[in-house]
Design a protein around this ligand. Structure first.
Ligand code: KG4
Ligand code: ZN
Length: 372
């Protein structure tokens, strides 16, 4: 084909539209739903391998039967997650963890009706291990494969146990990789209202801990030490427009503060570790709670959920309880095993899709970021 300016051009092929998930409509969808409910028990296996935890869970009719997690302590010696090591560890662990989850649930492979697995966001190698395993299993058993978004699953972890939030609710998802405020209108209808522009809240804890010479992950250690200290060192709260967050400035401020104080007194960190930790925690918590309060006021929502590993932080819980009382919020924290990365939340998110008769194509690819 001759192009506009005379040069020879290949006829541009129209890019193939990505295969859409099949969502049965109308009566067919209703029938499917009714069939699933009356046919008897439906068992779903879920797999999560997006970062450094290999996890498998089994759910029956929306009730969690098992949630097994193999954590990778190996990364502590490197001061952070090494992606290549993580994917190799997933390969070693995955069959064992899936087997353990099935055994704990007392469910045979032949009883499974579907397999849900995290497709992203996460580390490419880590995701590939879980996805390949889940797809191969679904294919060999001839049962639906359901791909799940890790961030949506964190939000939907609120529906595993009671009490459950009412729609619409706001979810603050705070983990080592993500910080988001999500408006949840229904399980599939989620809107990210704000997110971090740089580091995640958990990352801010971990990087601050590294400056202080604490082992990885430093979040839980800072939390523990902060309980014995006072937030006497003022670190700046950044002014970011809208509902987005930023933590990189706080990390830099901590770095310079510690460098200057250690120059004056080499023992500064060990002498004041509790107060330093309390000050770091206070600053990170302030950043999170101020934005969440702003979002709740802006959208007029009083149902507030907190998800992700940082939801374990006692300072965050205390502050939210205090602010929640003033603002008349109903606060929801999933059980701790469903806050850190786990396959239970993948099962929950997969279950909503399963009930709707949604399955994903077997050529579903892992993805590093996004809410798709
Ligand atoms: O959700 P998660 O298990 O994994 C990710 O998806 O990242 O979260 C891990 C993060 C780490 O950064 C860890 O330091 C932080 O959660 N974390 C905490 C606490 N427990 C875990 N941060 C502050 N206080 C805690 N108690
Ligand atoms: Zn996570």
């Amino acid at each position: 084909m001759i192009g506009k300016f005379g040069q020879r051009r290949e006829r541009r092929k129209r890019p193939k539209r990505p295969k859409r998930r099949k969502r049965p409509k109308g009566r067919k969808r209703l029938n499917l739903y009714i069939c699933r409910m009356i046919e008897g028990n439906s068992y779903l296996l879920a797999i999560e391998s997006s970062c450094d935890d290999t996890s498998a869970a089994v759910m029956c009719n929306g009730v969690m039967l098992s949630n097994m997690i193999a954590s990778q302590a190996i990364h502590a010696q490197y001061g952070g997650i090494v992606p290549e090591v993580a994917s190799r560890m997933h390969q070693e662990n995955i069959a064992i963890v899936v087997d353990a989850a099935l055994k704990k649930a007392d469910v045979e492979v032949s009883q499974l009706n579907g397999i849900a697995c995290t497709a992203g966001p996460g580390l490419m190698g880590s995701l590939t291990v879980g996805l390949s395993f889940a797809k191969a299993m679904a294919l060999s058993l001839g049962i639906p494969f359901i791909s799940v978004n890790h961030m949506r699953a964190h939000v939907l972890s609120h529906f595993i146990d009671d009490p459950k939030p009412q729609f619409p609710f706001l979810c603050l998802t705070v983990s080592g990789g993500h910080t988001q405020i999500v408006l949840v209108r229904s399980p599939p209808e989620m809107e990210v209202l704000g997110q971090t522009l740089d580091d995640a809240a958990g990352e801010a804890f971990d990087k601050s801990g590294k400056i202080l010479g604490l082992p990885y992950p430093a979040g839980p250690i800072i939390d523990k030490l902060a309980r014995q200290g006072k937030p006497i060192y003022p670190f700046p709260i950044p002014h970011i427009d809208g509902l987005d967050f930023s933590f990189s400035g706080v990390k830099t401020a901590i770095l310079y503060f510690i460098r200057d104080e250690v120059r004056k007194d080499p023992e500064f960190i060990s002498k004041h570790i509790n107060d330093i930790c309390a000050s770091i925690q206070h600053t990170i918590v302030e950043i999170l709670v101020r934005k969440l309060t702003f979002a709740a006021q802006q959208y007029g929502i009083k149902e507030i959920g907190i998800a992700g590993g940082v939801a374990a932080n006692s300072g965050l819980r205390d502050k939210l309880t205090e602010v929640g009382r003033v603002n008349d919020w109903n606060l929801y924290f999933p059980a701790m095993q469903y806050c850190t990365d786990n396959a239970g939340m993948i099962a929950m998110a997969g279950w909503f899709e399963f009930l709707e008769g949604i399955e994903s194509p077997l050529d579903t690819k892992p993805f590093v970021r996004g809410m798709q």
